[in-house]
Design a protein around this ligand. Structure first.
Ligand SMILES: *[C@@H]1O[C@H](CO)[C@@H](O)[C@H](O)[C@H]1NC(C)=O
Ligand SMILES: *[C@@H]1O[C@H](CO)[C@@H](O)[C@H](O)[C@H]1NC(C)=O
Ligand SMILES: *[C@@H]1O[C@H](CO)[C@@H](O)[C@H](O)[C@H]1NC(C)=O
Length: 481
């Protein structure tokens, strides 16, 4: 790919990739904001998991002796308790002032089936029973953090569960047995189930939620040369209605990562909360990409005669140039030329409301390819162009498209006399429009990932372009397995 193409590509790549720098106290390159709608959605999905795990809880047998008026003395056993239905409802997930999250579940119920046995002198009775555990409330506090590796962490800091009401149906409709249950078993059963619910919640946070959060791609490869660092810069920050996650968002050279010479701007996010999640992607992300690709020479390119279509009237030969710069034909008869270009400085992507653009400045040198393989410099050009970029999204990726602008060519220095560069402008416009942009746009159409957890897809995307950052809003769908 040509240098200009690469320059353009890198600029787009950069900002598409969403990474940033990470010195202490630095601003994040990318902020993911989860709104109250997003937290509600997360809570509902969490309930689905808890509900299925709740059904796996094993409950103990309850046995003992009794002495009841009219029924006399005996031994009871309530056994084979099995949760056969449960419904968790009324969940809410709210940020806490101390940075954690509070999950509350209200108004849930569980149905338990089991068997009972009673022995009274020589009489043995047995049957089945159903328990209706109603008005269950669960209240959990979660602490969010980040590991030194930049991965998010979550732990349960407290859990309490309360059961208000247990109804029982016993086969045989034995009044004294119902009373026995309410007097001797119900409160033990409640305590047992309340404890089990919190044990189950803690286990689920450790074994399901924490590994799930760690599916965040902290380092993602962009291509064989560059990677993007999505590590968390600090623990997620809770504010009144939302949770902000600060990502480093830095693009770096995979083989030799060096410290980045630019700073991320402070981002002041709009108050929007129509969508479940918003991503603020700072221009820092783009700038780090631009620097990396520029330093690696990706923004250098060359055009030779064999790259020009055979039917073109413009040729990169000294014979063709003779018409404009007669000296070149005289000094170097029947030789080919090569145009070598480099982007002067890593180009910056300009964010202005509603618009993305870049204006790479190129320097080009024309060399004559002498028969002894020596390349003889003959003139230098400066090339300016304006490029605008369009963005699109699908469920997990951002894709880009560059709209070519015309190039303006200026002759800076010549060893073969001053000449009109209009036809070189035409040649470069042709090369850029036909070769460079299609290549870059093909690559940009492949898309670049956002820092998303596994099985998350984005829908209903909206994009705003602010002064220093892109602001992308979306609703989320978790693809259950
Ligand atoms: C790119 O081209 C410029 C100008 O010709 C040159 O100075 C620079 O060393 C090149 N960079 C790389 C990495 O090849
Ligand atoms: C690029 O845009 C600027 C500002 O609109 C303009 O002054 C300049 O001439 C443009 N350059 C090219 C190469 O079109
Ligand atoms: C999103 O775009 C990428 C790149 O074009 C493509 O590979 C992926 O299949 C697309 N996903 C959907 C769901 O269309």
């Amino acid at each position: 790919m040509g240098a200009l193409a690469r320059a353009l590509l890198s600029t787009l790549l950069g900002f598409l990739l969403t990474p940033t720098p990470g010195a202490l106290g630095a601003n994040p390159g990318l902020v993911a904001r989860i709104t109250d709608k997003g937290l509600d959605y997360a809570a509902r999905e969490g309930l689905v998991v808890l509900q299925s795990e709740l059904r796996e809880i094993t409950l103990p047998d309850f046995t003992g002796d009794f002495k009841i008026k009219f029924a006399g003395r005996g031994h009871y056993e309530f056994h084979s308790l099995d949760i056969h239905a449960c419904e968790l409802r009324g969940s809410a997930l709210k940020p806490l002032a101390d940075g954690g999250l509070s999950l509350s579940i209200a108004d849930s119920f569980i149905q338990v089936q089991g068997r009972w046995k009673v022995r009274k002198s020589f009489v043995k009775l047995q049957g089945s029973f159903d328990l209706h555990v109603k008005s269950i409330t669960i209240s959990v506090k979660l602490l969010l953090g980040s590991e030194p590796s930049g991965r998010p962490t979550v732990t349960t800091s407290s859990c309490s569960s309360h059961i208000r009401d247990v109804g029982v149906d016993i086969s045989g409709d034995l009044e004294w047995l119902l009373n026995l249950f309410h007097n001797q078993i119900e409160s033990k059963f409640r305590r047992e189930l309340e404890t089990k619910i919190c044990e189950m919640v803690k286990e689920s946070v450790t074994s399901d939620l924490q590994p799930y959060l760690q599916t965040l791609p902290v380092i993602a490869e962009i291509d064989s040369m560059a990677g993007v660092d999505y590590s968390l810069m600090e623990a997620p920050r809770a504010t009144a209605q939302m949770l902000d996650v600060m990502f480093k968002g830095e693009i770096f050279h995979l083989n030799h990562r060096s410290s980045v010479a630019c700073l991320a701007p402070a981002l002041s996010l709009p108050e929007d909360h129509d969508r479940m999640v918003y991503f603020a992607i700072s221009d820092y992300v783009f700038n780090t990409a631009s620097l990396v690709y520029h330093q690696a020479g990706y923004l250098n390119f060359s055009v030779t005669d064999d790259m020009i279509p055979p039917d073109s009237t413009i040729r990169l030969t000294t014979k063709f140039f003779r018409a404009f710069a007669p000296q070149i034909g005289r000094l170097y008869p029947n030789m080919n030329l090569e145009l070598r270009g480099a982007v002067v400085q890593a180009p910056l992507l300009n964010f202005s409301p509603g618009k993305l653009s870049l204006a790479p400045q190129l320097e080009m040198e024309a060399v004559v390819l002498l028969p002894n393989s020596v390349k003889e410099p003959v003139f230098r050009l400066s090339v300016a162009t304006n490029v605008s970029a369009t963005l699109a999204f699908n469920t997990s990726k951002i894709t880009g498209f560059l709209n070519p602008g015309k190039v303006q060519v200026e002759l800076k220095e010549s060893k073969v006399g001053v000449f009109n560069v209009e036809m070189l402008e035409a040649l470069l416009n042709y090369y850029i429009g036909e070769t460079l942009y299609p290549k870059v746009n093909d690559k940009l159409a492949k898309g670049f990932p956002l820092p998303l957890l596994r099985r998350i897809q984005l829908h209903d995307l909206v994009l705003q372009i602010h002064k220093d950052f892109l602001f992308l809003g979306a609703n989320v769908q978790y693809m259950r397995v």
